[in-house]
Design a protein around this ligand. Structure first.
Ligand code: ZN
Length: 313
């Protein structure tokens, strides 16, 4: 069986869709790679952002719920989503975020400096400089490829049972333990990006799902065969894992780990170019074939959104 490579995507609940678009495409300079709907709730968008090639390990996705209640970041969630930037890019980002009146804060974990901030809806994010991960050649609104976000660095998990979550990562998912520093355990997956997972050991209070919180974290399987092996392995360790679900761009299985986080394992193929060519990713509202007959009703229900440049000060 293959080694776990790391994060495939992270999905969060946010507020107004245009505000979400302006933050992730406009401020952070990510590429908007897919506009679709929540397959379990067709009245809501599902937005996907990533690198130029929309590759696994770079995909941040959102359910924008304009009128939903604010959640609370806490245990049972990904507490902080870590994005990877090239070496020497941190000062660019510090200035850029300040120009958009976004408050930042620097912290050090395991000898690395993280620039922490919140998105427009309160989701906790951070940037870290690392050599690994290939350059993201998507350039937009003043973010050039020498500073562009390459994908995920990893994530900080807020678990209701940190040592049980750690045991899952280490013994079932077979991430490598990199030890403890202060109140953090660090694990490394086998991939090049989205591969550093820190578990927070200090008490953070219970999370409440809602706007500004991560809904789930998805891990990678290289193909359908490996995916089914993961499903069996997780089942054999007494986690209640779902059947394989067709998410159009990948197949998915889900399970709740003992610290309360919702984990997904998603296949790398077929990927985001199954229904749009690389140069046209994110341009049209894409519907799974079973929703195509309802396109007109669905489109009339959704607030129109645009990918646009936004200006700082
Ligand atoms: Zn997912």
């Amino acid at each position: 069986m293959e080694k776990m490579k790391g994060i495939h995507h992270i999905t969060a609940i946010v507020g107004d869709p245009q505000e979400n678009m302006d933050f992730y495409a406009g401020v952070l300079g990510l590429r908007f790679v897919k506009k679709t709907i929540n397959f379990d709730d067709p009245g809501t968008y599902h937005f996907y952002f990533g690198n130029e090639g929309a590759e696994p390990g770079t995909i941040m996705t959102f359910f924008p719920w304009a009128n939903a209640y604010k959640g609370r970041v806490g245990s049972g969630q990904v507490g902080i989503t870590t994005f990877l930037i090239p070496p020497n890019a941190l000062s660019f980002w510090e200035e850029r975020l300040a120009s958009f009146n976004i408050h930042t804060n620097k912290v050090i974990r395991f000898g690395e400096t993280f620039l922490q901030f919140e998105d427009v809806h309160g989701l906790k994010l951070e940037l870290v400089e690392r050599e690994n991960g290939k350059e993201n050649t998507w350039e937009f609104n003043g973010v050039t490829k020498d500073v562009a976000i390459k994908g995920f660095g990893g994530a900080v998990l807020y678990s209701g049972a940190p040592h049980k979550t750690a045991e899952l990562l280490e013994t079932v998912m077979e991430l490598e333990s990199l030890g403890q520093e202060g109140n953090y355990l660090r694990y490394q997956a086998a991939g090049d990006i989205g591969n550093i997972i820190d578990i927070e050991l200090s008490a953070v209070g219970r999370g409440v799902m809602g706007v500004g919180t991560v809904h789930h974290i998805a891990w990678r399987a290289s193909n359908d065969e490996e995916h089914v092996k993961w499903q069996h392995k997780i089942h054999d360790h007494n986690y209640g894992v779902t059947e394989v679900k067709d998410r159009n761009y990948f197949n998915a299985i889900y399970f709740r780990e003992h610290g309360g986080l919702l984990f997904e394992i998603a296949t790398d193929p077929p990927g985001f170019m199954i229904d749009e060519q690389k140069d046209h990713l994110g341009e049209k509202l894409m519907l799974p074939k079973w929703q195509e007959p309802h396109r007109e009703t669905i489109e009339n229900h959704l607030q129109p959104i645009v990918v646009r440049e936004v200006k700082g000060e």
